[in-house]
Design a protein around this ligand. Structure first.
Ligand code: ZN
Ligand code: ZN
Length: 227
C-alpha cells in the first residue's frame, strides 16, 4: 500500500462499465530515433464487452486483460505513433474487432502497417460501450489525427499524448505542431467539466482543473525553448 498521488480509484458506471489499465513497454520510433516507452493501454467495458484504447507493444498482455469471455467491439487508437498502434493488428486478428484511427494519422499508420485500418474515427462520433458513450474529440497537434475519447458518464477523458499530467504532449518531431496542440487542448479539453479525470497515454492521470491554470506557463516555456 502506498499513498502516492498517482493512485486513482477508477469510476464504474451504473451499468457496470469499468476501466482497467495495462502498462506495456517497448520503443517509440520516429524521425530515425528510438526511445524506450511505457504506454498505458485502457480496457473499458463490462463483463460482456469492451473496447481497448491504444494497443501498445504487447498483444498478449492486452488479450490477457480482455480475457476469453468478453467481446471486443472496437480497438481505438488515440493516434498513429508506432508505440500506440504496434500491437493493434495482432489484437484485431485475435478478437476480430476493427482497428479505428483518424484519417489524419494515416501516414503514421502506413509507416507500421501495409494494410489500411479497418475504420476511421471522426470528430463527434460516439462509440457506445454498455451504458457509456465514448465521444471522439479530434485534437490535432501532437499528430494531425490525434483524438481523445470522452466518457461523460464516467467523468473521464482518454487523452492519448495530447494532454499529460504536467501539460501538452510533445510537438518537437515530424507532423506535430505546438500552436495546434494548445488550441486543441484549450478549445476541446479545458472546456470539459473541471473534475474530468484525464487518463493519459503515458504516466500518471491528471484532472482538467489541475492543468487549466498552467496554460500560460506552457506558452511561456515553449516561447523560451524556441522549438
Ligand atoms: Zn505520440
Ligand atoms: Zn505516446
Amino acid at each position: 500500500m502506498s499513498d502516492t498521488s498517482s493512485e486513482l480509484s477508477l469510476p464504474v458506471s451504473d451499468g457496470g462499465v469499468r476501466i482497467e489499465r495495462v502498462v506495456t513497454s517497448g520503443t517509440f520510433e520516429l524521425d530515425g530515433g528510438s526511445w524506450e516507452a511505457d504506454n498505458n493501454v485502457w480496457v473499458v467495458g463490462t463483463d460482456d464487452e469492451v473496447v481497448v484504447i491504444d494497443c501498445a507493444h504487447d498483444a498478449r498482455a492486452i488479450l490477457r486483460a480482455v480475457g476469453h469471455q468478453r467481446k471486443v467491439t472496437h480497438l481505438l487508437c488515440t493516434h498513429g505513433h508506432n508505440d500506440h498502434i504496434n500491437a493493434v493488428a495482432q489484437v484485431a486478428a485475435a478478437v476480430r474487432a476493427p482497428a479505428c484511427i483518424h484519417d489524419g494519422d494515416r501516414m503514421l499508420w502506413d509507416a507500421v502497417y501495409e494494410v489500411a485500418p479497418d475504420q476511421t474515427l471522426e470528430d463527434g462520433q460516439v462509440i457506445q460501450i454498455g451504458d457509456v458513450e465514448l465521444h471522439v474529440i479530434h485534437t490535432p497537434g501532437h499528430s494531425p489525427g490525434a483524438c481523445c475519447f470522452y466518457a461523460p458518464a464516467l467523468g473521464v477523458v482518454f487523452s492519448g499524448d495530447t494532454l499529460f499530467n504536467g501539460g501538452p504532449g510533445a510537438t518537437g518531431r515530424s507532423f506535430s505542431d505546438f500552436d495546434t496542440i494548445v488550441e486543441s487542448i484549450t478549445d476541446r479539453l479545458l472546456s470539459l467539466p473541471d473534475d474530468t479525470v484525464v487518463l493519459t497515454g503515458h504516466g500518471d492521470h491528471t484532472v482538467i482543473a489541475d492543468e487549466a491554470p498552467h496554460r500560460q506557463e506552457w506558452l511561456d516555456a515553449h516561447a523560451a525553448s524556441d522549438d
